[in-house]
Ligand binder design. Structure first.
Ligand code: G3H
Length: 518
């Protein structure tokens, strides 16, 4: 897929440390689009600083200074002040919508409507986070009396957060951890993902203008060069990473005291769909197309393996293949459903999955499956897939979907039990007894059972988490604030009532206060 390219190359040279937008004149990293030029060449979108260990450690030092063992201005700031910073950030972020959406299309080929949704969903999430933070603050503004003890319990910050985002939601998933972490009073070092990096640059000034020096530090470069030395110092209190367990395990093991690191991790998944003979075929196909192929299957919540009951297999496969082949492929700017893949070598990886499965007895069910055009790979449905294949065992994170038959639901349950992943599952049936049986057998294996619907994170007020290698901690508007904080209390014997009354009434402490945020 090629496109006439008239994009102006963006030479971005600044990074944010200690409230300063510093200019970098060292080596730079090229950012290419997955979209090829009319001549079939890679399109250079711009360059970003290829910062070195020294700048990474400088960013960490700034975050540590701003936190100052919990005594810094930011962690001790009144809630209303932190809210003001966040509101300012939102107001400065909103005018950047077009620029960011445009870069989301160029850099990771997210189709226009999804790119717009990513931006709008993020702004809404941040607004909801402020609302939820006020609730949390109000909950902490009263004193309980338990067995002769007076206690005021609030949620306090944890410390310095290292935040590493994913390429598939480079704005949304990153900001959905970074901003709640800041609002709770933590300070952060944030390194954007390898792909989807330029789109952060229009927002650097907004960060610099909204938050006090050192509260948020944004660095560009390679994970190995920047994140590893930061972890090795032992000064990271929270690792917030959306990616895979290999990276998070490697980083955690580099921390000299891994037990001290709070982990907030969204990791890999292999969400199955289970299709029973009494499923509504039209609805099932629609949900499976959405579940397996949205953003070319590059979502942790994507349906990554389908189990179809033998009695409905042929009908389902025919309809699923047709609906898949009807997808529009092409440019994200034309809102095509299937677009080029940003990761280097990804088309080859997809082809390898297909070749191995074919060698072990599968066929590509849909006519267009596996068509290649530059970095675009048309979704391929494979059936019947042997369990001893990489496409069955691994998270493909791309446009290939294995389908297996089943006769006995127990076979599916065994696979789910033996899987390394435990995020979500989708079941398709119109029978209440079947649905009830599935729910009860799956709720303790995964963290969300979707009935006649594809897997997904939203609505964002619902808890999003996973078992086994799929996640550590829970995210949602409410849960993120909890994940980035720790309960802390002030307790006294009720004999100290008059002293505590004086502390509160005299306004001597901002923690021990009964000030209600409205
Ligand atoms: O890539 C993983 C995302 O958390 C998926 O989110 O279900 O909203 O697309 P989504």
């Amino acid at each position: 897929m090629t496109i006439a390219t008239n994009i102006k190359t963006r030479k971005h040279t600044t990074y944010l440390i200690d409230g300063q937008l510093k200019d970098w004149n060292g080596s730079m990293a090229d950012v290419f689009s997955p979209i090829l030029s009319a001549e079939g060449d890679a399109v250079l979108l711009g360059t970003t600083p290829d910062l070195q260990e020294e700048q990474g450690l400088e960013a960490l030092a700034a975050a540590r200074k701003a936190y100052d063992h919990g005594r810094g201005e930011w962690p001790t700031a009144p809630a209303a002040e932190r809210i003001k910073s966040m509101e300012k950030f939102i107001s400065l972020m909103e005018p950047k919508r077009e620029e960011v959406v445009n870069l989301l299309m160029w850099e990771i080929c997210k189709k226009r409507s999804d790119a717009e949704k990513e931006f709008d969903r993020t702004v809404e999430y941040l607004r909801d986070t402020i609302r939820e933070y006020k609730n949390l603050h109000r909950e902490g503004s009263h004193i309980t009396s338990v067995e002769g003890t007076l206690a005021q319990i609030r949620r306090g910050p944890i410390g310095v957060v290292l935040c590493l985002g994913p390429f598939n939601y480079p704005l949304n998933e990153t900001f959905c951890v970074l901003l709640p972490a800041l609002l709770m009073g933590n300070t952060c070092v944030f390194k954007p993902a390898k792909y989807g990096v330029l789109l952060i640059t229009p927002l650097l000034e907004a960060f610099a203008q909204s938050f006090p020096p050192g509260v948020v530090n944004i660095i560009f470069g390679r994970g190995r060069t920047l994140a590893s030395p930061i972890m090795k110092t032992g000064h990271v209190d929270v690792l917030a990473l959306i990616g895979n367990s290999k990276s998070s395990n490697a980083l955690i093991s580099q921390h000299p005291k891994p037990n001290r690191v709070r982990q907030v991790l969204g990791l890999e998944a292999k969400n199955p769909a289970v299709i029973f003979p009494d499923a509504d075929i039209e609805l099932t196909v629609k949900e499976c197309v959405k579940g397996a192929w949205s953003f070319n299957g590059q979502r942790c919540t994507a349906l990554k393996v389908l189990y179809v009951h033998k009695d409905i297999r042929d009908t389902f496969l025919e309809a699923f293949a047709k609906a898949t082949d009807d997808l529009k492929s092409g440019s994200p700017f034309d809102d095509a459903d299937v677009t080029p893949l940003p990761e280097k070598g990804k088309v080859g990886y997809m082809q390898d999955y297909v070749s191995e499965a074919l060698a072990k007895g599968a066929r590509v069910v849909n006519q267009r499956g596996g068509e290649v055009d530059g970095n675009l790979f048309f979704p391929a449905i494979l059936h019947p897939v042997d369990r001893d294949t990489s496409i069955f065992k691994e998270e493909q994170f791309g446009p290939v979907c294995p389908v297996l038959d089943f006769q006995d639901f127990e076979e599916v349950l065994t696979d789910i039990a033996e899987s390394d992943y435990g995020q979500q599952v989708s079941i398709f049936t119109q029978n209440a007894e079947t649905a009830g049986h599935c729910i009860d057998h799956m709720v303790n294996q995964v963290c969300r059972v979707n009935i006649n619907a594809s897997c997904q994170r939203g609505p964002d007020s619902l808890p999003f988490t996973g078992r086994k290698d799929s996640a550590v901690a829970t995210l949602s508007v409410k849960a993120a604030l909890r994940s980035f904080s720790i309960r802390t209390l002030v307790a006294s014997s009720d004999k100290e009532q008059s002293l505590m009354e004086e502390v509160i009434a005299g306004g001597h402490s901002s923690f021990s206060s009964m000030h209600y945020l409205l």
